[in-house]
Design a protein around this ligand. Structure first.
Ligand SMILES: N[C@@H](CCC(=O)N[C@@H](CS)C(=O)NCC(=O)O)C(=O)O
Length: 216
């Protein structure tokens, strides 16, 4: 079985890419060239009518939305342990954080990055400032939740960790970036040391230098 993941480096395809790599399943990466707006091409829109990245193809199935892709992969590969078992309290906590990340933080970050899409006026500066504060508060909440923990949910890596890694990296240009928080910063540095993260980042051409400890 070979999955096809349509991706662009560090885009919302990053979490599914990390999840596929962590699962150790076979997959093919297909670059969607955002520089030439390929995500809006006739061919890509026929596959994914939202015109956004990522898209996963599994034989006849085509699926978009990064979190949905990750959950689908967990259904297909329960042995990977990237989601707690159905009906368990940890599963509820997993849903809570995945939805917080994907449907609360991620859209707020989209407004931060694309403020012009959220105003009929010219002044986007204030939108960017407000969004940075809003999202920083959200990372602060996560920082508290990570006190004494290596993973966001339970005692092992889950889809939530890869999602959080992706969103945190997107916010690395903030005045108070996720890496500057005590617990969240330590957690991100540990994640960046995982072989899966290193190999995916190498494949996507992403420099992990910002995660190096002062002692490294
Ligand atoms: N909620 C979607 C968001 C996808 C999304 O907005 N992707 C961005 C890249 S991070 C994109 O394709 N932007 C190009 C565009 O909107 O034209 C998901 O998580 O898959």
């Amino acid at each position: 079985m070979v999955y096809k993941l349509f991706y662009y480096p560090r885009n919302a395809s990053w979490a599914p890419h990390l999840v596929l790599a962590e699962m150790g399943v076979e997959f093919e990466l297909i670059l969607v060239d955002r520089k030439s707006n390929q995500q809006k091409s006739h061919e890509y829109l026929a596959l994914n009518p939202t015109g956004r990245i990522p898209t996963l193809v599994d034989k006849d199935l085509v699926i978009f939305e990064s979190a949905a892709i990750c959950l689908y992969l967990c259904d297909k590969h329960p042995e990977s342990g990237l989601i707690p078992s159905a009906g368990s309290p940890l599963r509820a906590t997993f849903y809570q954080w995945l939805f917080y990340l994907n449907s609360t933080i991620q859209p707020e970050l989209m407004v931060y990055f694309y403020p012009q899409k959220h105003t009929a006026g010219e002044n986007t500066k204030e939108i960017v400032q407000a969004q940075e504060l809003r999202v920083t508060e959200m990372f602060s909440l996560i920082d508290k939740a990570l006190e004494g923990k290596d993973f966001l949910v339970g005692e092992s890596i889950s889809v939530c960790d890869y999602f959080l890694f992706m969103l945190s990296h997107w916010a690395s240009g903030f005045a108070q970036p996720p890496l500057a928080f005590k617990n969240l910063g330590a957690y991100l540095r540990k994640l960046a040391k995982r072989d899966v993260v290193k190999s995916v980042c190498e494949r996507e051409g992403t420099d992990l230098g910002i995660y190096a400890d002062q002692m490294d």
